[in-house]
Design a protein around this ligand. Structure first.
Ligand SMILES: O=C(O)CCCC[C@@H]1SC[C@@H]2NC(=O)N[C@@H]21
Length: 179
């Protein structure tokens, strides 16, 4: 017997795919930099959590990661299973907790901002540790974690700006859709 997904299942599939595609569009909008490009991915990851909630926000990012690892060139530097050995893959893993915590960004402004900051903080922790590991242990560099942390401060203004752009737009959409 052929099983078709329910109406609700189709809706979820469409919404999660939509946010996976938006994350890809975020990867296309990038400024090449070393060691990681400046991109708009995290803006759409936060939107995914804020508008779909934690569960489906995370699901949209799992789909994004899965399709990228399968070979679709949807990350900032392409795609394929070999991407796990590239320095920026840790940030992609960090999209999962970012979507997760963005999904909890409900209630007063303080709670919304705190959840997005927390999600970004965890993304940075995973991303920088991964970056350090790949650059030192795989690529044979000799970079201290402190040097890397200092280098990453250049991304902070942009990432803070993304948070403050995302919040009013997402809250307006939530209000409109009554979610
Ligand atoms: O290889 C990828 O597709 C992931 C790129 C990750 C870019 C990180 S996310 C946090 C920080 N903010 C940015 O704008 N770029 C880096």
């Amino acid at each position: 017997m052929v099983m078709f997904p329910s109406k609700n299942g189709i809706k979820i599939l469409i919404l999660t795919s939509f946010f996976a595609i938006l994350t890809y569009i975020g990867a296309l909008i990038q400024v090449p930099m070393y060691p990681a490009p400046i991109s708009l991915q995290t803006l759409f990851v936060m939107f995914a959590g804020l508008l779909l909630g934690s569960k489906y926000g995370v699901l949209s990012q799992l789909l994004y990661i899965f399709l990228g690892l399968l070979g679709l060139p949807i990350f900032t530097g392409g795609g394929g299973i070999g991407y796990v050995l590239t320095p920026t893959f840790g940030f992609i893993i960090g999209f999962l907790p970012l979507a997760y915590f963005s999904g909890f960004a409900k209630g007063n402004n303080f709670k919304v901002i705190s959840m997005l900051l927390l999600g970004n903080l965890i993304l940075y922790c995973i991303g920088i540790t991964y970056l350090w590991f790949i650059l030192n242990k795989i690529a044979g560099n000799d970079l201290s974690l402190i040097t890397l942390l200092k280098g990453m401060t250049i991304y902070l203004p942009g990432d803070l700006l993304k948070i403050f752009i995302t919040i009013p737009i997402a809250l307006k959409i939530r209000k409109r859709l009554n979610i």
